[in-house]
Unconditional design. Structure first.
Lengths: 184, 406
């Protein structure tokens, strides 16, 4: 059981780390898909929420594949600080989620949610690439949906998880190309 | 299904206006009609039978009133936009923003607010502008992460430290979501108005802040309440000082306008932090005046700000300077009285600090009024209406407060 939980968290961490470490569309898309799969597997106690978030992640990842920089773009030159960030964030999220926090939800879910929030915002604050920013925002939206699912299985929680899943897919719909300014 | 209609009409209007962009008259007509329908649906929510919702959505009175003020501000700026402004773009962005704000106000909890902020910010950042998408997403993205951290800490355990840290994260999320100091976004003076950070802080911010406070304040608990209040007051004073000095000393007039919004927001944050009815009322009135007075005036100042017209200092500009400075009988006067009274009730030295900030405020008002030039035609009508709203907020604050259920 512990091994399975470890695998779930590692998959979520790999996904979030790929979003941080990749500049190409394939790397970013695989990162979103892996993170969504890892997060959903930690939330299997609420199967509907898990299915909604996994599906949203897969759809969003698929949509990210359609534009942006070609290829994987994983670990480009100069990405050592990003790699360090991923390792340190992983250790800190595991410590905070498993030892410091007593809730919400099971420890693997807390760790996965923390990973999505922390690595998502770190990527968002450090990139100027639109597809990377969109992927980071998707990660955070999935993490928010995961947090809502971990907090409770009420009607409100189901609505918010569904809203987060839809928001993640809508973020995937936004194109990776910047628009040209016009007007006053 | 009132809340659903209030959300659906402006959303449909935004989609239609954007789709019909190549036929501006039709786009303005369709978008305008759906926008008016959305505002009517919001207005009807005062009647209890209209408040029933299939999705279980609820719109509290204060955010609802600010949403109506947002709709009014949007009507003003689109109908009376200065020559050369992209009115269809303004309408589409404004309607999309209005739909997002209704969703924020109706959100059942703070995590739902975070989801809507992410979507709303992405939509705003995707508008064509001078700064990259990623740079424009930073503030709201940080707000989403802070909300997430705040909620996780709230459920993290029974120790008081969790409640305090949660309150800290949630207040910082509110400030980051509104784009205030210390999360001030970059400013590109050449950027089109709908995509600029001033539009975010001046149009989206007020309803967003009141809706967030309505969700955050009941959840902070007795351990988090002192941190919540003290941090809001501290950040309010910081924004007030930063805004008044910045608007006075900034090199460019666009930057001066942006800082003047911060000064208003400083008063609002202090009002929200002093958790007494007068403080909340003052904050609500400040945010209403941002929507109905300062934001429309900023848009009518755009021709001078982008160098298409010359600044001027006529009698109308002196009147505008008085309104922007918060002189009696305009909006700022009643707000300042309420806020000073609330501050004196809670901790009188705070009233001294606020009074000092309000004195420094006078320095930049003349500078801002000058950037409105000599308004003619539609802009002149708009300026008169904005002054009218300022007067209404100043002489009949009780009426405006009653609209917000205060």
């Amino acid at each position: 059981m512990l091994a399975l939980e470890l695998v779930e968290v590692v998959v979520a961490w790999l996904g979030a780390a790929l979003v941080v470490l990749s500049d190409g569309r394939r790397g970013v898309a695989l990162g979103i898909a892996l993170y969504a799969a890892g997060l959903a597997s930690t939330l299997l106690a609420d199967p509907l929420a898990a299915a909604a978030l996994a599906l949203a992640g897969l759809v969003s990842a698929g949509l990210r594949l359609r534009d942006g920089h070609r290829g994987w773009g994983t670990l480009p030159p100069g990405s050592t600080p990003r790699l360090l960030l991923c390792v340190v964030s992983g250790v800190l999220a595991a410590y905070a989620g498993a030892s410091l926090l007593e809730g919400p939800g099971p420890a693997p879910a807390r760790v996965a949610i923390l990973l999505g929030g922390a690595l998502g915002v770190a990527r968002l604050l450090s990139t100027t690439r639109r597809e990377a920013a969109l992927a980071a925002a998707t990660l955070m939206t999935l993490a928010v949906g995961g947090a809502e699912a971990a907090i409770g299985a009420s009607q409100v929680a189901a609505t918010v998880v569904l809203a987060a899943a839809i928001a993640a897919m809508l973020l995937g719909l936004l194109p990776a190309a910047e628009g040209e300014p016009g007007g006053a | 299904m009132g809340p659903e209609l209030a959300l659906g009409f402006p959303a449909a209007g935004a989609v239609l206006a954007a789709a019909l962009r190549r036929r501006p008259a039709l786009a303005l007509l369709c978008g305008g009609l759906l926008g008016v329908a959305g505002a009517l649906a919001l207005g009807l929510l005062w009647l209890p039978p209209a408040q029933t919702s299939f999705l279980g959505l609820g719109l509290p009175a204060a955010p609802r009133a600010l949403l109506i003020f947002s709709a009014l501000a949007l009507t003003l700026v689109v109908a009376l936009a200065p020559a050369g402004a992209d009115r269809v773009g303004l309408l589409a962005a404004g309607l999309a923003g209005s739909a997002g704000l209704v969703a924020v106000a109706a959100a059942p909890d703070v995590l739902a607010v975070a989801v809507v902020i992410a979507l709303l910010a992405a939509g705003h950042a995707a508008l064509p502008g001078g700064r990259p998408f990623a740079v424009r997403m930073r503030g709201p993205g940080l707000a989403v992460a802070l909300v997430l951290a705040g909620v996780l800490l709230q459920h993290g355990g029974d120790a008081p430290a969790f409640a305090r840290l949660s309150a800290l994260a949630l207040v910082l999320a509110l400030v980051a979501a509104a784009g205030l100091v210390p999360f001030l976004p970059e400013l590109d003076p050449e950027e089109p108005a709908p995509a600029s950070p001033v539009a975010w802080t001046g149009f989206f911010g007020p309803a967003l802040a009141i809706a967030m406070v309505a969700r955050i304040q009941p959840t902070v608990g007795p351990d988090g309440a002192p941190v919540y209040g003290a941090l809001l007051v501290g950040l309010g004073v910081l924004n007030l000082a930063w805004g008044t000095l910045g608007a006075w000393l900034a090199e460019g007039d666009v930057a001066a306008w942006r800082y003047s919004f911060l000064a208003d927001w400083g008063l609002a944050l202090v009002g929200l932090g002093i958790v007494v009815p007068d403080g909340y009322a003052a904050a609500y009135l400040v945010l209403a005046s941002v929507l109905l007075v300062r934001f429309p005036l900023y848009l009518w100042a755009r021709p001078v700000l982008v160098g298409r017209a010359a600044g001027a200092m006529g009698p109308a500009n002196v009147l505008l300077a008085a309104a922007l400075a918060g002189a009696a009988p305009f909006a700022g006067f009643s707000i300042r009285l309420l806020l000073l009274r609330a501050a004196t009730t809670v901790y009188w030295p705070l009233a001294l600090v606020l009074g000092l900030g309000m004195l420094v405020w006078l320095a930049h008002s003349l500078r801002l009024a000058r950037t409105l030039g000599a308004p003619r035609g539609r802009a002149a009508v708009g300026v008169v209406l904005a002054l009218g709203f300022s007067l209404l907020l100043g002489v009949a604050p009780a009426l405006m407060l009653a609209l917000g259920g205060l």
